[in-house]
Write a protein that binds this ligand. Structure first.
Ligand SMILES: O=C(CO)[C@@H](O)[C@H](O)COP(=O)(O)O
Length: 231
């Protein structure tokens, strides 16, 4: 079996919004694989963040994929705007979409990779009939809406379940699906999270909270990768 390829996706929710272009450039120069872009609407989740205009504004500052996590209801009408703004991956919460299959198709028809996001208590059965349309499964390991929360340990069991579904699907079809995790990911738990099956790690406060005096973004991304190497 070949060793898994891991991706680190810093969440800009914890970045300095007054200097966002510089922040995304610095974090990708420090080794980030994706930029995770949290979209909150103060309706589906109790917080309000950023939209397609900000995605478009940061796009020239990075070549790394922009991974847009929609925490919005309704879902469909904002998808074309994010695709035009330079998003590469767009994920949404199945319970926030009236027509999951249609929302996934809309994302892919706009040239982006598509995925479903599962809150800690959202069952994985939403995957049952749409695996062919999915590129990424994102498991929330905190309740969505805020950065800086603690990792919910039950997520490890859910990751194992999602990993088993993906592996069975890949064995049958030859198609890969990424398994991303989001919330409370730190140097001291990332190896355990990887061992449970995740290959893509969103980290907000762990990365953007790191002062230059402590090695800055390069230091923390290096430490996350080192911990992963031991997984
Ligand atoms: O989507 C969310 C929260 O809703 C996340 O992307 C957080 O922003 C992750 O932050 P940390 O838990 O890593 O600080």
């Amino acid at each position: 079996m070949t060793a898994p390829t891991y991706r680190i996706a810093p969440s800009i929710l914890s970045a300095d919004f007054a200097r966002l272009g510089e922040e995304v450039r610095r974090v990708t120069e420090a080794g980030a694989d994706w930029i995770h872009f949290d979209v909150m609407d103060n309706h589906y989740v109790p917080n309000l963040t950023i939209g397609p205009l900000v995605c478009e504004a940061i796009r020239p500052h990075v070549t790394a994929p922009i991974d847009v996590h929609l925490m919005v209801r309704p879902v469909d009408r904002i998808i074309p705007d994010f695709a035009k703004a330079g998003a590469n991956i767009i994920t949404f919460h199945p319970e926030a979409s009236d027509h999951i299959d249609r929302s996934l198709a809309l994302i892919r028809d706009h040239g982006c990779q598509a995925g479903l996001v599962f809150n800690p208590a959202t069952p994985l059965h939403y995957l049952d009939h749409v695996m062919d349309r999915i590129d990424v499964i994102l498991l929330m390991s905190v309740n969505p809406g805020f950065g800086g929360q603690s990792f919910i340990p039950e997520t490890l069991n859910k990751l194992r379940d999602a990993r088993a579904r993906i592996d069975a699907y890949t064995a049958r079809t030859g198609r890969q699906i990424l398994l991303e995790v989001d919330g409370g990911v730190k140097v001291d738990n990332i190896a355990e999270i990887a061992a449970a099956g995740a290959d893509t790690f969103v980290a907000g406060s762990a990365v953007f909270g790191k002062p230059d005096a402590d090695g800055g973004y390069k230091g923390i991304i290096g430490a996350l990768r080192q911990a992963l190497a031991a997984a």
